[in-house]
Design a protein around this ligand. Structure first.
Ligand SMILES: Cc1ncc(COP(=O)(O)O)c(C=O)c1O
Length: 921
């Protein structure tokens, strides 16, 4: 099966089942309708066989969902067997409509069936049964793994239903399976599963043959589990489920020594252990309690309460309570537009239970702790000024003046400013370029290791404090975070990692990409550290290349280096723009920390928070971070998988559409990641075997986040900026960013299939327009079009590498390593007398490039696109940089005013002997 396959047998899709399931129901409906319309009357067996085939496919899948459930599926099968085509068509249409709209979550009618042999009181979730009143109760499903024979499963469900009470805040149904493998299938296939109840004594093998599952399980369970006794299998099951979906609550029921089980560290992630025959009500209440723990949003809940209190406000926030707005003659529409609650929920107070973002001790603290749990971190910190600020907080907190930081030059500008503020010395690392699309990929691990070994050779390794990378990059390149960290820790065991995951926060909720997030990899590294894997690999490494890695040993660059578990420290930081991929308001961001030595930097960390956090943080942003966490913990898995699936659909549809693909193309893995970084040889995200895709995610140096789609538009004669404008103005489509000849589309948890349909329609429309124009304009139009396309696709300026810092900003001009004192350069430019402006196209520039004195940038110059600094303060400007700038045809260039020219540091200012400006720590 391939990643994007849309056949009717969804079970082996595993990860793309959600949409495939609905599609399979549609196919069943169509087959049923066709049978009812003609086949039944004419006795045509083929129509009936088509229904039977589709029903068989669906039946195996439907075992993993509570609705329609075995009874409805049984009824449907009976109707088909009896040849009642009309009734079968009616029932399948009804069921698929209920699935599509999810109306069975709160509409008792959907559970009601004449065809059912059970009485309806048993079928209906009680909340839907009149007991619950009008209140909306979120619905979920509980996976039960049990050795009980299948014949008794209905009875088990019935018993659990009897425990429901009118005051229950949520309502759930059971999905019962009997084996380890089926438990895995249930957790993967059914996103509505929120809790798992495991009864001791289940067996291993599934009754379904799903080859992909076996491959999947190989990575998630230790070898030999299938041969274990069921009791010994339980910890492996728990571990596997938590690996797949860490948010699930797991409960164990056993008739063994439950006290011992509860104390077993291998079962530490189990929420509660019960003695099997006792207290079914306790189990029921525990399940609800577990959901409530995720559902509770301490800050948001409190803000809602606060807003309902009759507050008299005598502080500095006139919009609070909204009186000056709703009574206004002139700005009442503001109130009407935003609604009263926004103003009732505004306050500048940190009292009244509102807590303080700067020093949280109450519900913000609890909300942050919940976020840490959700994202797999030790600590989480909410930030209300975007990841731009999160980055600066982490950098200020962890970097001393003079520390060396290895950093992708292509990183977000907040890091460059962060380095200026901290007084750190950046060693700029070059990502691999994708010249033809005017963009960069990621920084190869070899480049990172080489930089570290060079620093080691110069005796500077002690000063190297941090590696800072963007994961995923703007264009979707995802690092092998675990391998990068392990190999770097082998060279420097206490290196700190800052992963800027501004775009990638959602990845925590994807079982594929979680391991490639900073926190996911940190967890795996900590686990490996506690085991024996590193130790044995380290011994082999020592035999081969020695104990103290010699920087001159070229083998180190190609060998996978292993860290020393006795010396390494896991110090990982991640920043994410929660607002970019989850339901947080603009600027909502989080810092996630997994640092064994956090206690050493905690004070500095809080200082950094004080430095950068407004004393008037926006309460609604804080609340939205709390809510975003709730949503991701409860439905993140489903949403992320759906966004991924939509992205794959766009990729497939654009690239295979006969007309659209003539002019447009979504770049694939093979285009975005050079072969040398894809050991598995995986080339395409669509049309590739899932097994291979998983191997690629586990092993390849870079993979691609499918939700970030680079659509080449240069081949349609549009430059990125122009195409972006056209999509927005003419077609109401907003896109992410542009390059010279491409645009970046992004799917997220908010997208639907209708959005995809709209996009496709627009692309067809535009492609048709091009065809018509070319046909009407004849040969001259075709020639002009070809010329335009060639200009955009071939005549692309080479992107300049970072040249070097001017000697004035280097401690040791003879050094082979490239770190520089960016802060001094930045502040030298504050002195007007030390700066000059020279026009970009002037002869002066050419003359100085040829015969000096060197041109040295006084500022950051960042063109959009591509969005990375082609000059930083103190950088020597080279011919390549000037050529690139002269060819740039973008309007927005931060740090450069064409009318004044390039801002340079004067040769005179640079001639002054530098004072040692920053004490090297
Ligand atoms: C990689 C990266 N990091 C950080 C940021 C800044 O994030 P925010 O917009 O949340 O301040 C961006 C913004 O686009 C980014 O692309």
């Amino acid at each position: 099966m391939s990643l994007d396959q849309d056949t009717t047998l969804p079970l082996d899709h595993l990860v793309s089942t959600m949409e495939a399931r609905l599609d399979a129901w549609r196919v069943l409906n169509a087959a049923n309708r066709a049978w009812a319309a003609t086949g039944a009357a004419t006795g045509d067996e083929t129509a009936k066989q088509a229904v039977e085939h589709q029903l068989r496919c669906l039946s195996s899948l439907e075992e993993f969902y509570a609705f329609p459930g075995r009874q409805f599926m049984g009824s449907l099968a009976e109707l088909v067997a009896e040849g009642d085509a009309a009734a079968a068509a009616r029932l399948s249409a009804r069921l698929s409509a209920a699935l599509l709209s999810k109306s069975y979550h709160n509409n008792p009618g959907e559970w009601d069936s004449d065809e059912s042999s059970l009485d309806n009181a048993d079928r209906l979730p009680p909340a839907l049964n009149g007991n619950g009143g009008d209140k909306h109760r979120p619905y979920f499903e509980v996976l039960v793994v049990t050795p009980t024979p299948q014949t008794k499963w209905t009875e088990v469900s019935r018993e659990m239903r009897r425990l429901r009470r009118p005051q229950d805040p949520f309502v759930y149904e059971l999905v019962i399976v009997g084996s380890f493998e089926d438990a895995a299938l249930g957790a993967i296939l059914n996103p509505a599963i929120e809790a798992v109840v495991v009864f001791d004594g289940f067996h291993f093998a599934s009754q379904h043959d799903v080859p992909l599952l076996h491959r999947f399980l190989e990575a998630h369970v230790p070898p030999g589990v299938a041969d274990l006794t069921s009791e010994a299998m339980t910890p492996a099951l728990v571990r596997m489920l938590k690996n797949l979906r860490p948010e699930l609550d797991i409960y164990l029921l056993s008739d063994r020594k439950v006290e011992e089980m509860a104390a077993n560290p291998e079962l530490a992630c189990v929420r509660r252990v019960f003695y099997e025959v006792e207290e079914p009500l306790e189990i029921h209440l525990s399940i609800l309690d577990g959901i409530n723990d995720r559902y509770e949003t301490p800050y948001f809940d409190n803000l809602k309460k606060y807003s309902q209190r009759p507050m008299g406000t005598f502080h500095a926030l006139p919009v609070a309570r909204g009186k000056s707005i709703f009574k206004s003659n002139w700005i009442r529409d503001m109130g009407e537009f935003y609604g009263l609650n926004l103003f009732l929920a505004e306050s500048s107070a940190t009292t009244g239970g509102l807590d303080s973002l700067l020093e949280p001790t109450g519900n913000i603290k609890t909300a942050q702790d919940k976020a840490a749990r959700a994202f797999g971190a030790d600590h989480a910190f909410f930030v209300t000024n975007g990841t731009s600020t999160s980055n600066k907080i982490v950098e200020q907190a962890l970097l001393h003046p003079g520390d060396i930081v290895l950093v992708d030059r292509n990183c977000h500008k907040s890091h460059h400013y962060g380095m200026v503020l901290a007084g750190a010395r950046p060693v700029y690392l070059e990502a691999y370029p994708m010249m033809e699309y005017s963009m960069y990929g990621g920084v190869p691990l070899r480049t990172i290791k080489k930089a570290m070994l060079d620093l080691k050779a110069e005796g500077k390794l002690d000063r190297v404090r941090m590696l800072l990378l963007t994961n995923c990059t703007f264009d979707g390149h995802v690092y092998n975070t675990r391998q990068v960290m392990e190999e770097c820790l082998a060279i420097k065991p206490d290196l700190i990692f800052l992963w800027d995951e501004a775009w990638f926060g959602f990845a925590r909720f994807s079982p594929f990409f979680r391991q490639r997030t900073a926190m996911g990899a940190a967890t795996l590294i900590k686990r490996a550290m506690a085991g024996s894997d590193y130790r044995s690999a380290l011994e082999a490494q020592r035999r081969e290349v020695g104990v103290d890695l010699d920087p001159a040993d070229a083998r180190l660059l190609d060998r996978r280096l292993v860290p020393d578990p006795d010396r390494m420290r896991v110090r990982v930081y991640q920043t994410n723009s929660t607002h970019k991929s989850m339901s947080a308001l603009r600027q909502g961001s989080m810092i996630l920390v997994c640092d064994q030595d956090f206690h050493h930097v905690e004070e500095a960390f809080h200082e950094a928070i004080f430095t950068h956090t407004s004393t008037s943080p926006n309460l609604q942003i804080i609340a939205s971070l709390d809510i975003a966490r709730r949503q991701m913990e409860l439905e993140g898995y489903e949403m992320v998988m759906k966004a991924t699936q939509l992205a794959l659909t766009i990729r497939r549809e654009v690239n295979r559409h006969p007309l659209v693909s003539k002019y447009f193309r979504v770049l694939d893995l093979g285009d975005m990641v050079p072969a040398e970084f894809r050991r598995t040889g995986m080339e395409s995200l669509t049309g590739t075997d899932w097994t291979k895709a998983m191997e690629s995610v586990w092993n390849d140096e870079f993979v691609l986040d499918p939700t970030r789609l680079t659509l080449v538009c240069g081949s349609a004669g549009f430059d990125g900026t122009e195409f972006k404008g056209m999509l927005a103005e003419k077609y109401d489509i907003q896109i992410n960013k542009t390059s010279r000849n491409s645009i970046l589309l992004q799917t997220n948890i908010n997208n639907t299939r209708s959005d995809v349909a709209h996009l496709m329609k627009v692309l067809v429309d535009i492609a048709t327009g091009i065809e018509e124009r070319l046909a009407a304009g004849g040969e001259p139009a075709v020639a002009a079009f070809r010329g335009r396309v060639a200009g955009l696709m071939k005549d692309v300026p080479d992107m300049p590498n970072f040249s070097r810092f001017h000697d004035h900003f280097r401690e040791d001009t003879g050094s082979a390593t490239s770190e520089g004192d960016i802060r001094s350069a930045f502040y030298l430019a504050y002195d007007e007398g030390s700066c000059e402006h020279v026009k970009l196209n002037s002869r002066e520039i050419d003359r100085r490039l040829k015969s000096g004195p060197e041109l040295v940038s006084a500022s950051f110059v960042i063109p959009y696109p591509p969005g990375f600094p082609i000059m930083v303060p103190g950088q020597v400007i080279t011919t390549e940089t000037i050529e690139f700038m002269r060819k740039l045809d973008v309007k927005e260039i931060h740090g450069y005013q064409a009318s004044r020219g390039l801002k340079l540091l004067t040769p005179k200012a640079l001639a002054v002997q530098p004072v040692m400006r920053i004490e090297v720590a």
